[in-house]
Structure formats: C-alpha cells, structure tokens
Design a protein around this ligand. Structure first.
Ligand code: PRX
Length: 656
C-alpha cells in the first residue's frame, strides 16, 4: 500500500453468508413485535419505567443528559428489592419458584420460591441492620454461586446499602483492593466454595484480604461446606446464627425508599494493566434497563424456566441472573459448579431436569462443549429449549452453528448479545421472532440505542468497513461514572470522540446495517499496513473441522511491522503436525486472504483465559515476543501460559 493511500481503520475480511430468518410461529407469539423499532425513544423508556416497575413515588422527568453524565427517572422513589421480591409475593405469586438451585455435588438441590426468598432476605437484612448497616453503608460480597449470594445482594438493596460483589475466584489481594477502593465496612462471605469437586477457601482468603483492609470491621460467614474454621471475636459472625434471631415479617425490616439515582452497586472491571475501575450503577435506570431487555430479548414467558449459566460475580450475573429476571418475576436456574463436573453432560442434565426453555452462556463455554463433542448433549432431551443466548466475546460462526444445531436442535433462535459492564444492559442484539440472524453477528442495536462505527477521523464508516464502536445517545442502565475517578472516566470513555461513549471495541456494519463485533481495538494487528482484527482470523481457524479453539495476536516483525501468531487447540484426536500447520495456514488464506495467514502456529491443549473466560491476548503477545509476562492476576489458570511459553519456544514458523 502506498504511503498516501488512507488505510481503513480496521480491514474487514471475513465474509459469512448464512442467514436464519425467524419462524412465523415464533414471531406471532414473541414479546417483541416489529413495531418496537419504530417506538419513540422517550415514549418507550417512559412506558417501560412506569409499567415494568413499582414506584413508591412516580418520576417526573425521564432523563437529563449533561455529557458525560446522565440521570434517569428523576424525582422517582423506589426500592430494587421491593421490585424484585416483595411485590411478587404481594401480588399472590409467592409460591412461584424464583430459583431452582443446583449444587455442584450431584443431588444437592433447593427450590426457592419468591416467598422463601422474601423471608430469607428480610431476615438477613434485619441481621445486617443489627450489625450497623444502613442506607449508604458500602458492603463487599465474596461468595460462590450459592442462594445466599442473591439474598445478600437483595438485602443490601433493601436497606439502601450499595454492594460490590467480588468474584469468588479472585485472590485475597484482588479482594482487598476492591474493598479498599469502595471503602467497605462489612464483608459477606462463606466458609468455602465447591469447584470441580475441590474446595475454594473463601473465608481464608477473606481473612488474608482483611489484613490489608482495616476499614472492614465486620464479616458475615455463610455455611456451605461446614468446615470448621477460626472466627475472629467481635469481627466475624456466622450467617445462620444471625438470621435465627430475626423475624421474617417484611414489615419488621421494610424496603428503604431510594432515589432513582442512588447508588445500587459498584462492579470492578480490570483494565488491562491499571488498577480496576469501580463501575457505578444506580437504582431506577439500571433496573428498568435490565428488566426490559431481559423481557424482550429472551422472550421470557410467565412459565419460563430461564437459565443464565454465568457467574453472579460478573455483570452478566448481576443483570441477568439477579436483577433483571427477579424484577420480571421469572423462574431461574442457579447452578453452583462447572460444566464438566462430575461429567461433561452436567449442563444438559440440568436443562433436561428443569425443562429450561432459555439458556444464556458464553462462547468460551460453547467452544468447550464443542471440543468435548456433541455426544454429551445427545444423551439428553433438550427439546424444551426455545431461545439460546451468547455473551462475553465475539462468537465464531462455527461455534454459533454448533450451538444452534446440537443444543438448539436446529430450531431455536440465537441471540448474540453485545454489551459491557459499563453499559449495564444488552445494547446490540437480535430480537427473537423479528431478526434474521447471521452466525457471528450481534445484528441490531436494541430499540433506542444509537450505535455507530467511526473511523480514526471520527467519520461514520460505510457498509463493509471496520472501525470503532461508539454510542451516541445515553441509555437508562449506563454507568454513572468510575467510582472516585472522574478524570479517568472522561479519559477512558469520552475523550476519543468528544461527547460520545467510546466502547473500546472494533466493529463493522454490513449492507443490512447489521453489526459484527471485532474485538478490543487494542488487540487489532497491523500486518504490512493492514489492520486485521483477531476475531476474523480466529473464526477462519475455527472454521477448519479439526480446530476447537483459536487465539491470535500480533508479534513484532522487522519486515511486516507485525506478524500473526496463532495459538490453536484441536478437537478430539486431531494432532498438531507440520502438515496440519500448512493446512491451517492455507485454510485462513482461502477464507479471508493471504495477508491474514499466521506466520507461526502454536498447538496447545488450553488457551490462557481470564476467570470470566475471555482470551488474554496481552499475555499471548508476551509469549510470542518471548518477554516476561505482564500482570497475570486475572488469569484463571497460570500453568496454561507456562505450557505455552515452552511450546512457543519450539514452534515452527513460516521461515522454518
Ligand atoms: O469486547 C466486548 C466483549 O466483552 C466486552 C465487555 O466485557 P465485560 O465488561 O466483562 O462484560 C461482559 C458481559 C457483558 C465488550 O467490550 N463482548 C461482550 N459481549 C460480546 C462481546 N464481543 C462480541 N460479541 C458479544 N456478544
């Protein structure tokens, strides 16, 4: 390319032409009808706000927008716990199941109705109040996927105490950083958690964290494994003893009336290296946003059994296991363990037992099931499933196809939902029954969402071009800032394109104005002046029948600027050989072009991922350039990278 030809912001190379129009039967019964896209923005969110929530005092203004801060449903008073729990009981739906809880050890199950949930929340909120928690007291929560986790979150919401949930797989250090940043006074944890048949020492980690977090004066410990452990006098309290003394009468611990804009929670997201950001979500806009999207996008019905298989420690769990579904009075499955414990059909056993009709999971899980083979799903009756969802990463078209065929029986719509911790709610997604889906595309902005793809110069990129994904109009569940970090908030999200929210993701739009997400812009590779997105090369690799999973990154190269290195994990019995290497390079060349052919391919059984299942490309770059590794604290399994370092040192390359 000559130096004066302007290079596209990101080259779009991958062409996917399969189309799946909705069935007329699904369309006829769907919660979302096509006119939803014609609704006036203000009218839509006003109606959702009025009709989907119960208010103690109605709001008098929909929103105020003073970039970079928005405020929604001004003047309203409400309580999130009341909306998620009490009002369903008052309406006579107390006997409806809120959660079918399935413990990791086989056979441990609990059925928790909305009335049970109310009793548990009222008692626990009473206990917290006795420990001094009141409106505004910051509370940390560090637990596994036990019913006490949503109970703790809802009890905080009942009292008006903002919480921060720290994922149970995080270390003591990560926990204390978050507790200190928020200034938490109380920490709620459990003795131990179950994971793959082993025990996770949550209380022990919490003890270590509190050595660095002197502001936390009280710890509440729920019993899970029942293991004996030291309790510090005056500081530590057993959950069961506390609640035994409390009344379950809702009037004994009423729901605190909160302002629409009062803080509901902080959720920390790690930037790549810097200190984690405390993303702030407030009360009314967040709840309206998650409840409305949950209703329309998953087509949830009164008798649905909905299963979001994420961890509550991530935003997906906050919005779509706890607050959205409970606000809508939905029955959910809550599963404690991993997909392959004790066997690789555990998930399908759960779907069959509860007759789940909606399943929401992540591409990383789908690829793991793909790698294990479809025979595990085939052992079970999955005919109850009506809608499948995906979130967290771009989904490779082949993984999408596998999900549709082997889990959805070739019949269910798939909603590939794009959003972020910061957006709070789903932003780009198909609507089942309306949208013609395409494997790998998140398709359309949710009604009222103004998403565009911009070039380096801030101009809208036309069909087929790749660029930066930006949101131009505020939305109810949007973040209200980074806790105690105004400047960082402005710099991270609002300075790249002034007045607009910069997502940090690359995307392209096709001729039908459907969106295709292309990964984080920091990961885009530059090969001989072509800016190539990681996901397109990965999808071309996963398209090969022997490949289960692939991650690519750029390494410095004297000739081309960057060269592409691919880390590939093969399906079943396939072997990583020199022939396979040539075959895969050729496959990529055919699928998307020679320019995108990996210079090196490292075959590896596992790829390095964060604890939420995202591939850590930054570490792959370190491995590829034979550098010391950067920060690995968010890595799920550190041995995976060590193995890769060994393999990369001996990997054959283009020149070899
Ligand atoms: O890069 C996008 C990717 O995940 C990022 C947000 O991560 P987090 O805040 O952890 O929230 C994950 C759950 C909402 C996004 O910036 N991402 C999420 N969903 C998709 C996605 N990339 C492509 N397609 C998606 N459906």
């Amino acid at each position: 390319m000559s130096p004066d030809t302007p290079s596209p912001t990101i080259d779009a190379l991958f062409l996917e032409e399969r189309r799946y129009p909705p069935s007329p039967e699904f369309g006829a019964q769907a919660n979302a009808q096509p006119d939803i896209y014609e609704r006036n923005f203000d009218e839509f969110w006003e109606t959702e706000g009025r009709e989907r929530l119960t208010w103690f005092e109605p709001f008098d203004k929909l929103y105020e927008w003073e970039p970079p801060y928005a405020r929604w449903y001004l003047g309203g008073k409400l309580n999130v716990c009341f909306n998620c729990v009490d009002r369903h009981v008052e309406a006579g739906r107390g006997d409806k199941v809120a959660y079918f809880w399935e413990g990791e050890p086989v056979g441990e199950r609990r059925e928790i109705t909305f009335a049970d949930l109310q009793a548990d929340v009222v008692r626990f909120a009473g206990a917290l109040r006795r420990l001094g928690v009141q409106k505004g007291t910051p509370v940390g929560i560090y637990m596994g996927m036990v019913p006490e986790l949503p109970v703790a979150m809802l009890a905080c919401a009942r009292l008006g105490a903002p919480h921060t949930v720290v994922f149970g797989g995080f270390s003591a250090e990560a926990l204390s950083d978050r507790l200190n940043d928020m200034g938490c006074e109380v920490l709620i944890t459990q003795d131990e958690g179950w994971r793959k048949g082993g025990k996770v020492p949550l209380k022990q980690n919490a003890d270590a964290a509190l050595e660095q977090s002197p502001g936390v004066r009280t710890m509440v410990v729920a019993r899970r494994t029942g293991e004996e452990m030291p309790f510090e006098d005056g500081r530590d309290h057993p959950w069961d003893e506390l609640v035994a003394e409390e009344s379950d009468d809702p009037a004994s611990c009423p729901c605190e009336p909160m302002d629409s804009e009062d803080l509901l929670y902080l959720l920390y997201t790690s930037g790549t290296t810097a200190k984690p950001k405390g993303i702030a979500h407030t009360t009314a806009g967040y709840l309206v946003g998650v409840a409305a999207t949950h209703h329309y996008i998953f087509d949830v019905k009164p008798d649905s059994v909905y299963w979001c298989a994420a961890d509550i420690g991530w935003v997906t769990g906050h919005s779509y296991i706890v607050y959205g579904p409970l606000c809508n009075g939905t029955t959910s499955v809550l599963y404690e363990g991993t997909p392959d414990f004790p066997d690789r059909d555990r998930w399908w056993d759960i779907v069959e037992r509860y007759r789940a009709d909606i399943l929401y999971t992540a591409p990383t899980a789908i690829r793991a099931h793909m790698k294990w083979g479809s025979e595990h799903a085939e052992k079970h009756d999955l005919s109850s499933l009506r809608v499948l969802g995906s979130v967290g990463e771009p989904i490779n078209p082949e993984a999408w196809m596998w999900y549709r065929e082997h889990i959805g029986g070739g019949r269910t719509p798939i909603v590939d939902t794009w959003w972020q911790t910061e957006t709070g709610m789903i932003m780009i997604t198909p609507l089942p029954g309306i949208t013609t889906t395409k494997p790998g595309s998140a398709t359309q902005p949710f009604p009222g969402v103004d998403a565009v793809v911009l070039s380096d110069e801030g101009e809208e990129v036309g069909p087929g071009g790749g660029g930066y994904l930006v949101l131009r109009r505020p939305w109810p569940a949007m973040l209200r800032g980074i806790y105690n970090a105004h400047d960082r908030y402005v710099e991270t999200y609002w300075s790249r394109f002034p007045g607009m929210y910069f997502t940090g993701d690359g995307a392209k739009v096709d001729g039908h104005r459907d969106f295709w997400l292309m990964g984080r812009v920091d990961d885009v590779m530059n090969v001989s002046g072509h800016r190539i997105s990681t996901i397109e090369v990965e999808s071309a690799l996963v398209d090969h029948p022997s490949v289960a999973e692939a991650a690519v990154c750029g390494r410095a190269d004297a000739a081309t600027g960057q060269a592409i290195v691919a880390f590939v994990s093969l399906r079943g019995s396939a072997e990583g050989s020199l022939e396979m290497l040539d075959e895969l390079r050729e496959h990529v060349a055919q699928k998307i072009g020679k320019i995108a052919r990996p210079a090196n391919i490292v075959f590896a059984p596992e790829l390095p991922k964060t604890r939420s299942g995202k591939i850590m490309r930054r570490l792959l770059r370190d491995v590829s350039e034979h550098r010391a590794l950067g920060d690995t604290t968010t890595l799920a399994d550190p041995t995976v990278v060590e193995e890769l370092q060994d393999r990369a040192a001996t990997a054959p390359s283009e020149e070899a």
